[in-house]
Design a protein around this ligand. Sequence first.
Ligand code: FAD
Length: 343
Amino acid sequence: MTEKLELFDVTIIGGGPAGLYAAFYSGMREMKTKIVDAQSELGGTMLFFLDKMVWDVGGIPPITGRELTDQLVRQAGTFEPTVALSQEIEGLERLDDGTFMLTSTAGDRHWTKTVIMAIGYGGLRKVRKLEIEEAKGYENSNLYYTVENLEDFRGKRVVISGGGDSAVDWANELEPIAASVTVVHRTDKFKGLERNISRMKASSDVLTHYQVEMLHSEDGKSIDKITICHVESGQREQLELDALIVSHGATYEYGRLRDWGLGIGKDNLAVTDKMESQVPGIFAAGDFVSYGVKVMLITGAFNDAVLAVNSAKQYIEPKAAKMARISTENVRFDELNKQFVKN
Ligand SMILES: Cc1cc2nc3c(=O)[nH]c(=O)nc-3n(C[C@H](O)[C@H](O)[C@H](O)COP(=O)(O)OP(=O)(O)OC[C@H]3O[C@@H](n4cnc5c(N)ncnc54)[C@H](O)[C@@H]3O)c2cc1C
């Protein structure tokens, strides 16, 4: 069966920012590249904030998640990597010649000399749900665990429970659209860029040291009021609302990937400064990895991707240069430059 499969220099698992940039950069390093993703389209976590403005990617003025995703996908396609979607990878086998055979839950196989794991928080990310019994009954009406379309909240009174990056971002994104935004958080410590936290505090109602205790519904179909409880004093208050967004983070289950011997920790994979895992030939990049000064942002994912590709290249060809030449000196761009000028 192996004979029928094509052997790739590198197979990148994950089509988010880390995987997409790795696909571009491995083309610059003249590696035969495949990118696979469990989802049916490329973009990774960015697919969950298509309407959000992204401000903090170098060289790119404010841009929507959708536009940034499109641009990354376009760039990733520069050297025409093979793309395989709806492929959740779960199996790994090291063959006698040192190459790897990856298998997906769909039963497809991918043969490769090296692997770059750019799987973010993993395919089996489980959103932490509201621990109130009747909450599940409102998931199809006005209880949300993610914001996919800002327009769903236009003119509504929105309450957001949580204090992480997503809660802060959503409060700021919704504030100009919603009738009102109230943020309810168990502590007074918020996660996110200082600038975003300050903006949220200035423009939304922020109730700290409170948690959501009860959901109330007149018609039994959607929530119209919640009771919040002060975590120290026990004092209760009621808030009327049209939409409740719960942003309590997620737990991560890497499933069978834990059996690969990579050294996956509780939430992510500790790597060397060359993005190496504990298995020679398997490298990692993006939110999946941890190291001393890791930046859990798109910018950080790009840098990890470059390092992982360079390591994969040197794993296959130990005498290869440590990094690609700058793009002006890379002969692979000569023809592309001519086409670009012509167009
Ligand atoms: C609401 C929100 C707003 C954000 N805003 C910003 C921002 O403004 N600026 C910024 O820099 N960052 C922002 N971030 C963070 C940013 O999205 C991440 O840092 C970035 O997406 C990490 O990229 P990645 O490629 O490592 O992982 P991801 O984007 O998570 O991509 C991982 C991919 O791997 C795939 N995958 C996982 N397991 C498997 C498997 N077993 N087989 C096949 N495929 C698999 C997944 O399907 C996914 O497509 C935000 C995050 C969130 C949640």
